[in-house]
Ligand binder design. Structure first.
Ligand code: GLA
Length: 373
């Protein structure tokens, strides 16, 4: 990798590379309605896309050189590497290098390219800015080089890049959501079989997403620790993954050492809550859906211990809003955002009231991301 110059954040592809892009592609961030920290145990999730997206412009080159630029860093620079010579540099370029590395390993033929990235998915907001980058780049590469890769394979390639190259041991939810979901339909996904069903949001419901302003980092230890705890709990209980247990097995958990008993209880009850949430959506029973969201939050806070006081405050403030049915932490945790379900047409105002009360001390600032202003 080498640093070339420092073009302004507003630079166009033509400013940066002296020609127009050949291909444009984009992909959304996601918000998970329910089914948190279940995917790496083979469980169920229910994400939707959010309106915020990552946008890619790309122009193929002759030879193996990749030149890449992102508008979303403090002093944007054109970074370079050669295909076949991908090496982690511990920055955003690793997502790009990870994708080309995985594609080549999987036997796809690529050439070098020039790349411009721009995104309005907040980084560290629990809304999958990384999956949006991976999926949008894979879509652009598919088009530019005629790759035969379908949307599920795109999700798998994104996850592999993040696991093997970036070093974040994430599950498959985010990439599947970014590749396959839209913002009006929840993607009911079985993360083991990758079978999915699209569940429309009832017309009376509206999704609200509020960013706490506290950012997280997945390659940081806690996510990895939770994953290992779930794997260990499954091993001690004699099943392949916690997904293989249901509410009828909860009596077995006291045999596990603390905190594995609580971790397993979260995953088992959360998988059951996802199924109940799908039923509630089908029956348009929003009060029931709301209760499931609050129960999920309690479980993530007390049993799985991935919440933080700021997020708990946002959920508490949401619970005081008459037009909000339910709310919970969304994403990997340790910061990020909450998701809430509101009565249609009321979400933006309710979100703004919650953000205003959250910021009253002047020490912290929340942002209503969905519904967009
Ligand atoms: C992150 C990971 C996902 C999933 C969630 C928690 O977003 O990327 O795979 O594990 O955390 O549900």
């Amino acid at each position: 990798m080498s640093v070339k110059e420092s073009p302004a954040a507003t630079s166009t592809f033509a400013d940066l590379f002296g020609r127009d892009p050949a291909v444009r592609a984009d992909a959304p961030g996601r918000v998970n309605l329910i089914g948190e920290h279940t995917d790496y145990s083979g469980g169920f999730v229910l994400p939707l896309a959010i309106p915020q997206r990552t946008r890619i412009e790309l122009g193929p080159r002759i030879g193996p050189l990749v030149r890449a630029w992102s508008a979303n860093v403090e002093s944007p620079e054109i970074l370079e590497y050669r295909l076949g010579d991908e090496k982690p540099v511990h920055g955003w370029l690793d997502y790009v290098q990870g994708i080309t590395d995985v594609l080549r390993q999987d036997g796809y033929t690529l050439r070098g390219f020039d790349l411009r990235i721009e995104s309005d998915v907040p980084v560290g907001g629990g809304l999958s800015s990384s999956a949006a980058l991976e999926v949008s780049l894979l879509r652009a590469l598919r088009e530019a080089f005629g790759l035969e890769i379908d949307d599920v394979k795109i999700a798998l390639a994104g996850q592999k890049a993040e696991n093997d190259f970036v070093g974040a041991p994430v599950g498959i939810m985010d990439q599947m959501a970014s590749s396959l979901a839209d913002d009006k339909t929840a993607l009911f996904l079985d993360t083991r079989s990758l079978q999915f069903e699209r569940i429309p949001l009832p017309a009376e419901a509206e999704i609200v997403v509020i960013d706490s302003g506290v950012t997280h980092s997945h390659s940081a230890g806690e996510y990895r620790v939770r994953r290992q705890e779930c794997e260990r709990a499954a091993e001690l209980l004699g099943v392949r993954q916690l997904r293989d247990l249901g509410p009828q097995d909860l009596w077995r958990l006291p045999s596990l050492p603390e905190p594995l008993d609580r971790r397993a209880r979260h995953v088992i009850t959360e998988n059951a809550r996802v199924r109940s949430a799908v039923a509630a959506l089908r029956e348009r029973d929003l009060p029931r859906l709301g209760k499931l969201l609050y129960a999920s939050h309690e479980s993530l806070r007390n049993d799985f211990e991935v919440s933080i006081p700021e997020i708990d405050d946002l959920v508490e403030l949401a619970s005081e809003e008459p037009d909000i049915y339910g709310a919970r932490i969304t994403g990997g945790g340790f910061g990020g955002s909450i998701v809430a379900v509101a009565r249609r047409g009321t979400g933006r105002k309710a979100g703004e009231r919650i953000a205003a009360r959250y910021g009253e001390s002047g020490k912290r600032k929340a942002t209503v991301l969905v519904p967009t202003a």
